[in-house]
Write a protein that binds this ligand. Structure first.
Ligand code: C2E
Ligand code: MG
Ligand code: MG
Length: 773
């Protein structure tokens, strides 16, 4: 427009000047008073001059115009080139929509965006609309309408999808401007278009990542390469209790719990550096000081040069998980009704105990307890009562457990007990009996008084079985055996054990009863001075007056009493009894100078014997010199140092000590020399062959010589024949004991003034017959 005005103004100036010149030049010439001829000449010159001048002006104007035009064209070309280069570099396209002609220009760059050749889009908007995504038609149309309606030169911006030649849709961002004509009417819409598909995808994923970062339940922590915290997410604050302001710029070591040693962190960094990532369980500390477990994944982030730029740690608080894991584990391994371990846990424990038993070579036992006729309770009183009973049974059985035992409810009315330390069958049997006994008391439940009995199967391991399955199979068949034996009892997997153990258990029970029910008796066997053949003392020997079996010898029940621990009570009872009897004999003026009492090695090894003896002496009022204690050689030699001390304390009480069954154990002669004992009792096994057996004679001779050399008296046990006595007497043996000299008998049958009536003059056969009791 300004160009047009300029041209018009110039033309008008020219026209005015030329018109004035034409108008006034002739008048000027006339005013000069020139002749017609001169006038004609000057007229011609004026005309030529005018033409020349205007031609010159025209030339100059045209030249200036052409130069300007050329400069402008060059500038335009350069600018177009620059624009095109810039658009090309930016991979953008240009579009120009002439709103008057409705023609659209699409630059080659534009068509390239869609994988098309230049010109493929034509010059109409229709082909463009043909490529537009159907979903974008409406909003594209709307934005154009709004723009045209506003009819202002505001920038235009729109995003839509165009179909690429490969069939995919590309996100295009169009930016442009509406050009208006002089009247303000929309004339052109021109702008650029760029493919923002990738950018949009990137933005999408960035937005998604940001949303994930903010919304995730996992705590996220980003540090720079120097391990300063540069970024955290809301979950981090929620888990740790630290706000962004408190933690940014800090080191992650602020969160350390102190539960891990430096080696743990060294290994973590080593993995992180070599593999670029580490994951594992870490115990950290919250702001409030609470220590909690995390599952943490740490990754190193590298920059373009390959150096570490950041570390990202993503972690979750697994304390709840651990808790629920623990709860789940508990549920999986326990019976909900009784709260006892279930079959799964029981089997695991048996497997573990079996391995231990095999490794450490010691024994264990599994007991399978099945309630007899439990079904009837369920059927008659209902399942609620049945459940209550099972619970109560579980509680009662639990009360019997000691360390190293597991009670489990294996299902229904079946319970299992694992005894990890069960050294022999006897213990398992006693424990089974204990469990059966505990169930004997009736249960009072829900207004009912219930009697329930059980059968128990026992399997020992590793003896009976080498695998868990085998142990459980064995115990099952042992239970079957117990049930078929008539219930209310126990059975071992191995038949002979069942019999043996049952007898033993019965015997222990009966023996306990015997002790309480006064069924024990003390018989006294004379001890003679072999030289004078006079009675000098007696040995107290216990017997059991069994109501059915009659008089039971100690050999049948002492070992069981020792195993079951009853021996202490028995020995104490015998000792008290013997001391009182000795006091009575003394009071009656008997020739008996002392009473010898046997002490079990069990009691001896407890080391408290001296206290017990002192108490018995005090209670009975017996002179300590009238009491002799017999301890076996093996009891002394088991722990010679302890024995030495105990024997010394006993000797200090003023009592006499003898070593029983001498020759059957292994004595250290050096030790023997120092023991504060008074007598050796030569075991009857050496006397039996006398006088003819050469070995027995040699041993007897040696023991007598040894005893005498050590300053001890020697007593020979088991003298059954006069020849034996004579032989021993000739060897210098001090004392004797045996059926020939007198059998063990009740105190009242023992003559107060005992004297062997000329023993050697009585024929042997006659003598033996006389001595039988
Ligand atoms: P011991 O202390 O060596 O007692 C001697 C045993 O030999 C007694 O057996 C006695 O009856 C037996 N005997 C005595 N003379 C002869 C004989 O000429 N021939 C044969 N064959 N045997 C003879 P008993 O009474 O059966 O006692 C056996 C063992 O039981 C005792 O051996 C002793 O170790 C133990 N014992 C007995 N009473 C008690 C007691 O009250 N407490 C403890 N702890 N053990 C006892
Ligand atoms: Mg004895
Ligand atoms: Mg003996």
């Amino acid at each position: 427009m300004p160009l047009l005005y300029g041209a018009l103004r110039l033309t008008l100036i020219y026209a005015l000047t030329a018109g004035l010149w034409v108008f006034y030049s002739d008048g000027l010439l006339t005013a000069l008073g020139l002749s017609i001829e001169q006038m004609q000449r000057w007229q011609l010159l004026k005309g030529l001059g005018f033409v020349l001048l205007t031609s010159l002006l025209l030339y100059l104007t045209l030249r200036a115009h052409l130069r300007l035009h050329s400069r402008m064209r060059n500038a335009l070309t350069a600018s177009e080139e620059r624009l095109s280069l810039a658009l090309d570099a930016a991979k953008d396209g240009l579009w120009d929509w002439n709103l008057q002609t409705l023609k659209v220009f699409f630059s080659p760059g534009y068509t390239r965006l869609l994988g098309l050749e230049p010109g493929d889009l034509g010059d109409s908007r229709d082909s463009w609309l043909h490529h537009l995504h159907p979903d974008d038609h409406a909003h594209c149309q709307q934005s154009i309408v709004q723009l045209l309606h506003a009819a202002c030169q505001a920038p235009y911006e729109n995003t839509y999808r165009l179909r690429h030649r490969d069939g995919s849709y590309r996100w295009i961002q169009a930016r442009g401007r509406l050009l208006l004509d002089a009247q303000g009417r929309p004339q052109r819409l021109i702008g650029t278009a760029s493919d923002i598909t990738q950018r949009r995808a990137d933005e999408d994923s960035r937005r998604q990542a940001a949303a994930v970062f903010d919304a995730t339940q996992e705590g996220v922590l980003v540090t720079d390469a120097a391990q300063r915290i540069v970024h955290i997410n809301p979950a981090f604050s929620r888990i740790t209790g630290y706000s962004e302001a408190e933690i940014l710029g800090q080191q992650p070591s602020l969160l350390k719990s102190g539960r891990h040693d430096p080696a743990f962190y060294a290994a973590l960094w080593q993995t992180l550096q070599s593999l670029g990532a580490w994951s594992g369980e870490v115990w950290n500390r919250r702001k409030n000081g609470e220590i909690y477990p995390q599952w943490q994944c740490i990754r190193a982030i590298h920059d373009e040069q390959g150096g570490v730029s950041h570390y990202v740690a993503v972690f979750s608080d697994i304390s709840a998980l651990k808790r629920s894991q623990h709860e789940l584990d508990y549920l999986a391994h326990h019976d909900p009704l009784s709260d006892l371990p279930n079959r799964l846990l029981f089997t695991e424990r048996v497997a573990h105990a079996l391995q231990r038993a095999q490794r450490e070579q010691h024994g264990g036992a599994v007991l399978l307890i099945d309630l007899d006729h439990f079904k009837h309770i369920n059927e008659s009183l209902g399942h609620n009562v049945g459940d209550l009973l099972l619970k109560a049974v579980g509680e009662r059985l639990s009360a019997q457990l000691t360390t190293g035992m597991t009670l489990a409810r294996l299902g229904g009315d079946e319970f299992g007990v694992l005894c990890e330390d069960c050294l022999h069958a006897q213990l398992a049997a006693e424990f089974a009996q204990q469990l059966l006994d505990t169930l004997n008391t009736p249960f009072r439940l829900d207004g009912h008084e219930l009697f329930i009995a059980a059968s128990i199967g026992i399997s020992l391991f590793p003896g009976d079985a080498q695998s868990v399955e085998q142990v459980l199979r064995n115990v099952d068949s042992a239970l079957f055996k117990a049930k078929s034996n008539g219930r209310e009892g126990f059975a071992f997997y191995a038949q002979e054990l069942t019999e043996y153990a049952r007898q033993r258990v019965e015997l222990v029970g009966a023996l306990r009863h015997a002790l309480e029910g006064n069924e024990l008796r003390v018989h006294y066997q004379p001890l003679l001075c072999l030289q004078s053949q006079r009675l000098i003392g007696v040995e107290a020997l216990v017997r059991w007056q069994h109501p059915q079996r009659g008089l039971v010898p100690p050999g049948e029940f002492i070992p069981i009493a020792e195993e079951s621990g009853l021996i202490g009570a028995i020995d104490a009872w015998v000792m008290a009894h013997a001391c009182r009897q000795m006091v009575a004999w003394q009071a009656a003026g008997s020739a008996i100078q002392f009473v010898a009492v046997n002490v079990s090695s069990r009691l001896f090894s407890h080391g408290k014997l001296d206290g017990q003896v002192a108490q018995v002496l005090a209670e009975s009022g017996l002179d300590p010199a009238c009491l002799e204690l017999e301890v076996t050689e093996s009891a002394v030699m088991q722990d010679p140092d302890a024995a030495q001390g105990l024997l010394e304390r006993l000797r200090d009480l003023g009592i006499r000590l003898s070593i029983d069954d001498f020759g059957t154990g292994y004595s250290s002669l050096a030790r023997l020399k120092r023991l504060p004992v008074h007598k050796l009792k030569l075991d009857q096994s050496f006397v039996r062959g006398l006088p003819h057996d050469h070995d027995d004679a040699t041993i007897t001779r040696a023991v007598i010589a040894l005893g005498h050399n050590l300053g001890l008296k020697v007593l020979a046990e088991g003298i059954e024949q006069p020849q034996q006595m004579e032989f021993l007497r000739q060897l210098g043996c001090d004392q004797g004991q045996g059926y020939y000299l007198g059998r063990p008998q009740p105190a009242e049958q023992l003559p107060t003034a005992f004297e062997l009536p000329q023993p050697l003059k009585i024929p042997l056969t006659e003598r033996v017959t006389q001595q039988q009791d």
